[in-house]
Write a protein that binds this ligand. Structure first.
Ligand code: PBG
Length: 327
């Protein structure tokens, strides 16, 4: 009988020893809370496929922002749902449109203590639900869309966004937005680029969250699930074009991609735990099939361990509350 010389179990014996050697820790500042604000709403409206998440009114959005600031979250990411949509997403450029107006209101409310980030994409604003404008034959027109993205970036920066986050996966979007921001005197507004964003069925509940008008899919612009090296190409392009931070999305089913991208990136890498990931956890927890809190914390820990500096999660505020209890 020979006994082991090395015993990894020694460092697992007590919670304090395990804490001592933990290679990954969670902090509220790691977390970014995505929020939805809908024009014309008088009461918050629950999203049935995302229990616990609502479409905010402009008033309750400010309460959510207060809470996020008070909890010390890393940031808040705003998605706007306009009352009126059209083919080119005009409301996205209107300084008084729902998203730009909300950026301004939240910024006034939270000051410098909470970074306010804005989704820079057309899908919430178009009546066809695509992330860009369409050609006569219905294809998504990359370069015509870039012209609108450039103006959106400037509109969001003028409204006070601390970070703009282009999520439309148009080729060249980071470069044109950077140029437009610089030309308008917003050299100091960073770009968080959705670099490796996959055409994913995990976005299902989000489509309800923003009352998406999409029929069809986004497979001609978002990435194809089988591809891995392509994510490195996308990340490198965005970094070269001037992205200050990049993102991988979804998170849990794409941890290999996240690890690969984190390995080559010299800018911070965020990951988005998307609506379908949220919904699956909530659904299983509601059945009593999993330990809700443990699964939420384990999933975010795994995303951080794979290499994410920051995690966008609909559980951000709740997690920050737990972390506070434990400290
Ligand atoms: C597009 C956008 C989407 C999400 C974030 N930004 C939807 C899509 O690409 O279809 C999905 C987020 C989620 O599922 O939680 N503006």
């Amino acid at each position: 009988m020979s006994f082991p010389a090395r015993r990894p179990r020694r460092l697992r014996r007590t919670p304090a020893l395990r804490r001592l050697v933990a290679e990954t820790r969670l902090h509220p500042a790691d977390l970014i809370l995505p929020v939805f604000v809908r024009e014309g709403l008088t009461e918050p409206s629950p999203i049935s496929s995302m229990p616990g998440v609502v479409q905010h009114t402009e008033a309750t959005l400010l309460e959510a922002a207060d809470e996020a600031r008070e909890l010390g979250l890393g940031g808040i990411m705003l998605f706007g749902i306009p009352a009126v949509r059209d083919a080119s997403g005009t409301a996205s450029l209107d300084p008084e449109g729902i998203l730009n107006r909300s950026i301004r209101a939240v910024k006034e409310r939270v000051g410098e203590e909470l970074p306010v980030m804005s989704d820079l994409c057309l899908d919430e604003f178009t009546d066809h639900g695509h992330c860009g404008v369409l050609t006569a034959d219905g294809a998504v027109d990359n370069d015509a869309t870039l012209e609108i993205y450039a103006q959106m970036g400037v509109a969001q920066a003028e409204a006070g966004a601390d970070v703009v986050a282009p999520s439309g996966m148009m080729d060249g979007q980071v470069a044109v937005i950077r140029q437009a921001l610089d030309d308008a005197g917003h050299q100091d507004v960073p770009i968080l680029a959705y670099s490796a964003k996959y055409a994913s069925a995990f976005y299902g509940p989000f489509r309800e969250a923003v009352d998406s008008q999409l029929s069809g899919d986004r497979r001609t612009y978002q990435m194809d699930a089988p591809n891995r090296t392509e994510a490195l190409r996308e990340a490198e392009l965005d970094i070269t074009e001037g992205a200050d931070m990049i993102m991988v999305k979804p998170a849990t089913a794409y941890l290999d991609i996240l690890a690969d991208v984190a390995e080559i990136s010299d800018v911070p890498v965020a990951a988005y735990q998307v609506s379908g990931e949220y919904a699956m956890i909530e659904a299983a927890a509601a059945q009593g099939w999993i330990d809700r809190r443990a699964v939420i914390l384990e999933s975010i820990t795994a995303i951080r361990r794979a290499g994410a500096t920051n995690v966008l999660t609909y559980h951000a505020a709740e997690i920050a509350g737990w972390l506070r209890e434990n400290s």
